[in-house]
Design a binder for this molecule. Structure first.
Ligand code: 13P
Length: 334
């Protein structure tokens, strides 16, 4: 496998394959397990993720890479095989979430700043040793009638840019994720407001990436789609696709090899339908998925924490992965 950042970046988004975001922090995976009344322990987290990573067909055909949480990067399957080896054996690339979370931003009520830059260079060197070839950092942008503020967007964009530069120095492809929230509070903003916020955020993110001398060819952008807030009217699939493409074309240089969307609280089928419609446009980048909930929700439910349901969970995961792979080629039909 090539070690060039540009080649890894293309491999992450090409051929109708996409990324599985399985990097839920310990507190987030607990929330997911709560929905099936399962206690979150090191073992239950291992069993759940083993079910996903051993979904052979899905991993080989549809999943180009897996974003892991630090615990999982170093974790082994029940039989002692490191997860990293299982992922690689399927022809998929291990990646790692390296931010340490979005923390309340002092003097900016309702907004957060993502932390994790201190000592990041040393951590990246260790993650590379452990097999990670790409990383993720998520900046969170709240949307309301008065938010975001310029100060918060600028601070998050600068952190994303510093992170991305450190990754490239460590031979790791940075996934740059500025997420303008659809499911924040109050979540009643409409698609116009989402378009406005996403456009100005991406403009500032690419300004900061340039200031930090990040190579655009060696990164992947992970944006939100342009969409109504969770508690607002639902725009049509066509409208979401058109508005998303318009904002991305205005702000994302064509030197960026790939865009991998987050699902952000869309239903599984919405996330697939939107991705497919977006790929119906003539685009200068490869556009695919980097979904967490939209790839996992039905699999988690089918598994329900029980060993006898592993095959059922894997079937659900494989189905969603296949549907999203079709969508990554613009070929998904309801
Ligand atoms: P969702 O697809 O569930 O939004 O998660 C993707 C992700 O990695 C968010 O950081």
């Amino acid at each position: 496998m090539s070690e060039r950042l540009e080649d890894i970046a293309v491999q992450m988004v090409a051929g109708g394959r996409g990324l599985l975001a399985a990097d839920e922090s310990t507190s987030t995976i607990k929330k997911r397990f709560d929905t099936i009344n399962l206690e979150s322990t090191e073992t239950s987290r291992r069993d759940y993720r083993e079910m996903l990573f051993r979904s052979d067909e899905a991993m080989k055909k549809y999943i180009s890479g897996v974003i892991l949480f630090e615990e999982t990067l170093y974790q082994k399957a029940a039989d002692g095989t490191p997860f990293v080896d299982i992922i690689r054996a399927a022809g998929s690339i291990p990646g790692i979430k390296v931010d340490t979370g979005a923390k309340p931003m002092v003097k900016f009520p309702g907004e957060t700043i993502t932390e994790g830059l201190d000592g990041l260079g040393e951590r990246l060197a260790k993650y590379y040793e452990a097999g990670a070839r790409f990383a993720k950092w998520r900046g969170v942008i709240a949307i309301s009638s008065s938010l975001p503020t310029r100060g918060s967007v600028r601070a998050n964009a600068q952190a994303l840019a510093r992170y991305a530069a450190l990754c490239q120095e460590a031979k790791i492809v940075p996934i740059v994720e500025p997420e303008c929230l659809m499911d924040g509070k109050p979540g009643d903003h409409n698609i116009d407001r989402c378009a406005e916020v996403t456009e100005s955020t991406l403009r500032i993110v690419f300004e900061e990436l340039a200031e930090a001398r990040v190579s655009l060819e060696g990164m992947i952008l992970k944006p939100n789609m342009v969409i109504d807030g969770k508690n607002a009217r639902k725009a049509s699939v066509e409208e979401v696709a058109e508005r998303t493409v318009q904002v991305l074309k205005r702000t994302v240089p064509s030197a960026v090899p790939g865009i991998a969307f987050l699902s952000g609280g869309q239903t599984t089928e919405e996330a697939t339908a939107h991705l497919s419609a977006i790929n119906g446009f003539d685009l200068p980048w490869l556009v695919t998925f980097s979904y967490g909930r939209a790839l996992q929700d039905s699999a988690l439910k089918a598994w329900n924490g029980k060993p006898e349901n592993v095959a059922a969970g894997q079937r659900e995961f494989t189905h969603r992965a296949e549907m999203n792979s079709l969508a990554a080629k613009g070929n998904w039909k309801k």
